[in-house]
Design a protein around this ligand. Structure first.
Ligand code: HXC
Length: 519
């Protein structure tokens, strides 16, 4: 065969691989408002940067007539490319080939790029659109999944792992994303469940739609499984590019610092008045975040899940940080099971990847009640405490208003190795709020006052006394638990200075196999 013919053969094979399961199935994918695997990678990666591996791989199954159904690439497009010039490894499942289901060879392709990403020290981004284990391959497909899971586990905390869910993901297809750092779901076209509606109905009798069982809004609000919901795939892919701008290539590198011309000493006068005089009145902590970070840009994670705590990425003078903030606008910013879980995982991601933590505190305490106690708030609250206490990255904490009880200790307090802890003049740092404290300290006296007016007067007097003593930042500052009381309008500058000071911080934990975080 002449070389021209050999090259033509190569080009023909490439064309064959590029159409996956065929034009008809591509049309049907488009008709569902979904892109193909290759189209997705084109949007995700810098133009012309994609290098594909294993385009000519096909499955080895003969059973169920599969020997006559061969598709090049076997349902997943793998390789590497760049995002803003930084290398990332990628895989994108191709729903047009056996519904993107995972065969032994499909799994080996994913494992190959994961192994190489670990050697190179680069993130892995997986775009999932799969019917799960390829049924015709039986246990070999299950083994393929387990090979991927094991690699997800080994890569955790070494290289960032990001999962996009752009279609149905059932069974094994949900567990690999669950082991990764961030999940992005496209609204109305993606689903995640361990067991689909049909099997659910058979086993439990529950009749439920795919959307209600595992749609993006369920995982965004109720379960907290997904970190981001995108209106469409394009937005989801752009979100991944944005997320990458805050995180390093691996755990041995620093996150990418960028040029910043937002003045570091920009004062925001409105911050001096943002905390209401009435301690029971809410305000939106995101108004503070937007005011202090570079250009007001904040990439919020799990926006609709446990909204009583806000987590996400921003930059201060170009330095990426993770922000954790109690949200007085939702459940008064109380710590409960879900908010503790949400924030703990976020803190641990940042710590694993050298991203400093900025914590904004306004927390009335832990949410009381049997619902929380029966659900294990003790163990879940301990997760957040553990995460902060174990973290060795720079930790800057600003107490805006309330910082009460156990929640005070948890929220990056000095004793949990908080590095620089500032408070606004509006801060109230105590074992509990005045109302609860008066009930306990003066309960006997109160029970002896029968006249309502007298009683109210007594309470008001005692509350004033208590506030004077504890509901301010100076009691904590007196002991050095607060390093300084700062004017709110100067907060951006003080945080940037603190981060600059801490940029060479070195801290470590004692040698151990691993810690035993209360899971
Ligand atoms: C082989 C599959 C497949 C699978 C889909 N297909 N899932 N082939 N193995 N798991 C094929 C279909 O036969 C069809 O082929 C094509 O993909 C498109 O599928 P449709 O059903 O026509 O598409 P749609 O109506 O959009 O439904 C998509 C779906 C559904 C919701 C994903 O296909 C489905 O429910 N699949 C099974 C999901 C599942 O239960 N998977 C196993 C999970 S157990 P043709 O040739 O007609 O185009 C598991 C164990 C791992 O994963 C455990 C590890 C912990």
């Amino acid at each position: 065969m002449a070389i021209e013919d050999k090259i033509q053969r190569l080009l023909n094979k490439r064309e064959e691989a590029k159409i996956g399961g065929g034009l008809k199935r591509i049309e049907s994918q488009h008709a569902k408002g979904k892109l193909t695997a290759r189209e997705r990678l084109e949007i995700l990666l810098d133009e012309g940067s994609f290098e594909e591996y294993d385009m000519f791989v096909s499955h080895r199954t003969k059973e169920f007539g599969l020997d006559k159904k061969q598709y090049l690439a076997d349902g997943v497009v793998t390789g590497h490319g760049t995002i803003d010039g930084r290398i990332v490894y990628v895989y994108a499942q191709d729903f047009t080939v056996f519904g993107g289901s995972l065969s032994e060879t499909h799994a080996h392709k994913i494992c190959k790029i994961m192994d190489q990403a670990m050697k190179v020290g680069a993130p892995v981004i997986g775009i999932n659109d799969s019917g799960g284990a390829r049924i015709q391959e039986g246990v070999r497909s299950l083994a393929g999944y387990a090979e991927i899971f094991q690699r997800n586990i080994m890569a955790s905390g070494v290289i960032p792992q990001i999962s996009a869910i752009f279609g149905p993901c059932a069974g094994g297809a949900v567990y690999s994303p669950a082991l990764t750092d961030f999940i992005i779901m496209s609204d109305k076209s993606s689903y995640m469940f361990v067991t689909g509606p049909k099997v659910t109905k058979t086993v439990t009798g529950e009749d439920i739609s795919v959307e209600d069982l595992g749609g993006a809004s369920i995982h965004g609000k109720k379960s907290g499984v997904t970190h981001f919901i995108a209106d469409d795939e394009n937005e989801g892919l752009m979100l991944i590019r944005k997320l990458m701008s805050y995180i390093p290539q691996n755990n041995l590198e620093e996150p990418p610092v960028t040029e910043c011309d937002d003045p570091i000493d920009r004062k925001e006068i409105y911050l001096n008045d943002i905390v209401p005089d009435n301690p029971n009145k809410p305000y939106d902590v995101k108004d503070i975040i937007h005011g202090i970070v570079d250009y007001g840009e904040f990439l919020e994670t799990q926006r609709n899940f446990a909204a009583n705590i806000v987590t996400g990425f921003s930059k201060f003078d170009g330095q990426p940080v993770g922000i954790i903030a109690n949200q007085p606008n939702f459940l008064a910013g109380v710590l409960d099971i879900n908010s503790s879980r949400k924030a703990a995982r976020f803190v641990r991601f940042c710590d694993a990847f050298n991203i400093p933590l900025v914590t904004l505190v306004d927390v009335p305490g832990f949410l009381p009640g049997s619902g929380q106690e029966y659900g294990g708030i003790i163990i879940h609250g301990a997760k957040l405490m553990f995460a902060y206490g174990e973290a060795t990255v720079p930790k800057v904490t600003i107490t805006l208003r309330k910082s009460y009880g156990g929640a005070h200790d948890v929220m990056s307090s000095k004793q949990l190795r908080g590095d620089i802890n500032y408070a606004w003049p509006s801060a109230e740092i105590a074992v509990m709020g005045p109302a609860g404290a008066i009930e306990i300290l003066w309960g006997r006296e109160l029970s002896q006052i029968e006249d309502e007016k007298e009683r109210a007067k007594f309470i008001a007097e005692k509350e004033d006394e208590y506030r004077e003593r504890f509901a301010n930042p100076y009691e904590a500052a007196r002991y050095g638990y607060i390093d300084d009381v700062i004017e709110p309008r100067n907060t951006r500058f003080r945080i940037i200075r603190a981060l600059q000071t801490l940029s060479t911080k070195k801290d470590s934990n004692p040698p151990k196999k691993h810690s035993n975080i209360p899971l």
